[in-house]
Ligand binder design. Structure first.
Ligand code: FPP
Ligand code: MG
Length: 299
């Protein structure tokens, strides 16, 4: 059988999308005062990272046939929410971590109080990006995006997932609870990245529903791979403390299922994600490749 020839060059796509996101992130934080707050916000927001969430947002907008330039402020907003959640997650009151994205964590550099406030300022700036800094998108679509982001940031999303995660440290946790944590703590924002991009692009209900399944599946797969990398990789490669889950006595997929079954589960989820986009596959190359990237990544 002849091998299918695809003209889509994912590594070039990823590099270009990342550059676009980096430029927009840099431009998003103006000359705010006080200086120290501005520095602390920039320190974490511009510390690199995969930028997977904003790239997913732009790719979902493109899949709908929309102009992804209009989704840039939302893509930035999502990275701001993600970054603030990591700043807070690293605090002594939570995971007490020293290393993030290959550098000392925000509170190690600026102190706990400024780290908390830099996180707060990034979270609120995210909503400013969508509501006040987006051009050429209807108020109705922007309101839906604000709604999605509010839900995933708060108790029904990241905050809820983080609370259950912290409460479960050192306890025996079953697979259902672990999935609850993963789906809320990590999956929710990944899902919102895709959905918000699609809303801005004008996706119809059928496509939105398919994207919800796609995004939920890759969101869970992403966190399973995170659990696996915590065991199999090193702090140098990850840019954050490896082996932390074991030290904090957290329940993880490898702990419950073993490494091989965890990988199988992540693979199944990615296959499911790709299958649901079949009817749109002509324009879905970036999202299909991003799904593969999520399980093949090494950091
Ligand atoms: C990292 O998980 C942490 C998160 C993905 C989210 C944490 C959420 C909060 C601190 C709540 C944020 C508040 C709002 C309002 C959005 P991890 O510790 O498993 O991963 P790591 O190894 O990268 O630290
Ligand atoms: Mg952590």
């Amino acid at each position: 059988m002849r091998e299918e020839v695809t003209s889509f060059d994912f590594s070039t796509y990823l590099a270009l999308a990342k550059d676009r996101v980096e430029l927009a992130l840099d431009a998003s934080l103006g000359p705010e005062q006080p200086e120290k707050l501005r520095e602390a916000m920039r320190y974490s927001l511009l510390a690199g990272g995969k930028r997977l969430r904003p790239i997913l947002c732009l790719a979902a907008c493109e899949l709908t046939g929309g102009d992804s330039e209009k989704a840039i402020p939302t893509a930035v907003a999502i990275e701001m929410i993600h970054t603030m959640s990591l700043i807070h997650d690293d605090l002594p009151a939570m995971d007490n971590d020293d290393l993030r994205r290959g550098s000392p964590t925000n509170h190690k550099v600026y102190g706990d109080a400024i780290a908390i406030l830099a996180g707060d300022a990034l979270l609120t700036r995210a909503f400013e990006m969508v509501s006040l800094r987006t051009k050429g998108v209807s108020a109705e679509r922007l309101l839906r995006v604000v709604g999605e982001l509010s839900l995933v940031s708060g108790a029904p999303g990241l905050v809820g997932g983080q609370v259950v995660d912290l409460e479960c440290e050192g306890k025996d946790v079953d697979l259902n609870t672990l999935e609850y944590i993963h789906i809320h703590k990590t999956g929710a924002l990944l899902k919102a990245s895709v959905i918000c991009g699609a809303i801005i692009g004008g996706a119809n209900d059928e496509l939105l529903e398919a994207l919800r399944i796609y995004a939920k599946s890759i969101g869970l797969a992403f966190q399973i791979i995170d659990d696996i990398l915590d065991v199999t990789s090193s702090s140098e490669v990850l840019g954050k403390t490896a082996g932390k889950d074991l030290i904090a006595d957290k329940t993880t997929y490898p702990k419950l299922l073993g490494l091989e079954k965890s990988r199988d589960r992540a693979n199944e989820l990615v296959q499911r994600a790709k299958k649901v986009l079949n009817p749109w596959k002509e324009n879905a190359s970036p999202l299909l490749s991003l799904a593969d990237f999520i399980i093949s990544r090494d950091r």
